[in-house]
Design a binder for this molecule. Sequence first.
Ligand code: PGA
Ligand code: ZN
Length: 425
Amino acid sequence: MKITQLLGYQVFDSRGKPTVAATLVLSDGTFHTARVPSGASTGRHEAKEIRDHETGLAESLFAGNSVYRACANINELIAPKLIGKTTDLRAIDQIIRDIDGTANFKNVGANAALAISIVVAKSQAHAEGKSLSRFFQPMGALKLPMPMVNILSGGAHAKATMDIQDVLVIPEGASSFREAISWSSAIREVAAIDGEKMGALTHLTADEGGLAIGFTTIDAACEFLVLCIGKIGLEPGKDVSLAIDFAATQFYRDGEYRLRNAGKNYTADDFISHVTKLTKNLPILSVEDPFAEDDWDSWQKFMADVPSRLQVIGDDLYTTNIDRLRKGIETKASNAILIKPNQNGLLTQTLAALECARESDFKTIVSARSGETEDSWLSDLAVGWGAEQIKVGSTHGSERTSKWNRLLELEATEDCLFSRPFSQS
Ligand code: PGA
Ligand code: ZN
């Protein structure tokens, strides 16, 4: 099937900020659309999304955040090269790379590049008569990922009500996806009721649908969630464990980790001890970005003495960039990677990073961004790529539930296995 039309245009993300959408029309007359997300606590080494405060196309309505240039790049630079071609994701990703000519897509914009890559994948799946998950996994079993669900938000997603960015739950003992997400949702509802009793405005949600309950220390936030898990009759550390996304680059200044709410500045070595103590004293199964994006030393020191079951995820550390990942594998900086397609720019390259991680026995967690849309392609990628975990925020907000709902749909309608990536203690 051939591409007859490709259109880039501006739409909104869940923060009300502009983002890029692309619609592709195929020769059978069908329309296919993709919308891309955008981060708030972005890593320095991410592929470059283009916003108009740097292009001269900015208008005052969107405070410079419009994406008209990125859309124009789709319409003027890329579409003319794709009209009449068949939908072949690998070939078209290569055309985008050639048109851009840089490693970080600074010419066409990673937001434009990813919108095209996804819409081409959706169109090719349609042309082959498959769902997007099946397109990426034509033969083997479809595997639903273990969810990692945001309950408490702080940092850049909630005006720093906590120093760290998220405290999440991993329903590691659940035996199906629907059980896993039901447990997580129940924990969030208990946390909302108890948070309200503590005086928090829990009807208001943070950027990823989590609760912005203020906690002075990381321990206090975790202890609160341990109680919530117990209140729904589940066992912390067995049925449901905790995960923390520190997003530590956000509070790293001049070689120190500065926790404003806790009123403490830590040297790198002291912060390593602090994180180690937290993971020993609390049922924490996973830590993400516990150290800053270029503080490789601290990552290595921490990993040298890491508890055996602890998952240590690089997000800003790797920015889904295969060269940074290879450095992390060589230097043993972590044992897991967050996979965010828009940090990378193209689906084929993102998949290459995931496969490289898997070959080195790194755990892989496919992740949404804090600025999302209702598009649910990420869930199909997680299933099709066989990523064992997924992180898309909380259970509130349609930009979040669209991803959970797609996974529930796959569970109900396809013959799927459920990933249980953590050995049960
Ligand atoms: P971001 O946050 O999308 O704002 O970068 C998500 C994360 O840090 O995992
Ligand atoms: Zn993160």
